[in-house]
Every structure is written in C-alpha cells, then in structure tokens.
Design a protein around this ligand. Structure first.
Ligand code: SF4
Length: 139
C-alpha cells in the first residue's frame, strides 16, 4: 500500500457496521462509541453508510445460514485492503450459540478477521482499543 494511503487510513479509518445475527447489545455498544461521551470522531474514526466507502468492517453476532451470504457480500463490496474487526464474544467462538442448528461456524472459517474484541458485550473502551490494534497491523 502506498505511504500516503496508509497514512490516511491510519489517521482516519472509515468503518461500516455489519450486524450478522447479534442480540443487539454489541451493536448498541458500537453506537455508544459515537456518542459525545466517547466521541471517536475526534480520532478520525467515522461510521459510514456504505461498505463501498469503508476501510474497516465492524462485525457483530454469530454467522448463521441466512446472514453468511449477506456478510460475505458486504465484505466483497468493501474496497481492499480492508480490516475486519469482530466485536463481541459471538464473533470469537459463536458463544452460547455454538451448537445452534443454523450457526455456520466461527468467522475465521469464512472471513479474514484481523482483530477480535471479546466481551458480551465489550465495553466502548475495548472497542476503541480493538480498532487501534487493527490499525497497528497495517504496514
Ligand atoms: S457477544 Fe453477547 S452482547 Fe454481543 S451479540 Fe453476542 S450475545 Fe449479544
């Protein structure tokens, strides 16, 4: 990746939120980091409305038969290189839904996940730290 593009990505990552099949608590925590209390926009982290504008995907919830094709489509539509950040314990190892009839396994079976943020749900500080760790992986 060119130095200028890398610099821009590290300074101001645009993220797209993908809720696969979550209970919504992780999604609420993601929204929380945008509120004035945490205000991640001051670090240049901006939530965008289309994967075509995103540098990183924040995925929540488990992958099931219905959500998998949709999540893969969002990933395909995101310009590469893009970071994929799993938010919540559901993304780490399917959590309590592991033995559910329609769960299709952990994320790393289907997507290149850069960072997992464990927690049910993770705190806003952990989500911010996860995004920072994902950015540190960029070279
Ligand atoms: S990790 Fe917990 S809070 Fe997040 S989607 Fe799964 S069950 Fe809900």
């Amino acid at each position: 990746m060119g130095n200028f593009k890398l610099w821009g990505l590290k300074k101001s990552p645009w993220v797209f939120h993908v809720a696969a099949a979550s209970c919504n608590n992780c999604d609420i925590e993601i929204l929380d980091v945008l509120t004035p209390r945490w205000d991640v926009e001051r670090f240049g982290i901006v939530l965008v409305g289309s994967p075509r504008h995103a540098d990183a995907l924040l995925v929540t919830g488990v992958l099931n038969r219905k959500s998998l094709p949709r999540v893969l489509r969002v990933y395909e539509e995101t310009p590469k290189p893009c970071l994929v950040i799993g938010v919540g314990t559901c993304t780490c190892h399917c959590h309590m839904f592991e033995k559910s009839y329609n769960v299709v396994g952990p994320y790393d079976k289907h997507l290149p996940i850069d960072v997992y943020i464990p927690g049910c749900p993770p705190k806003p500080e952990a989500i911010i730290m996860g995004v920072v760790k994902a950015l540190q992986r960029l070279k």
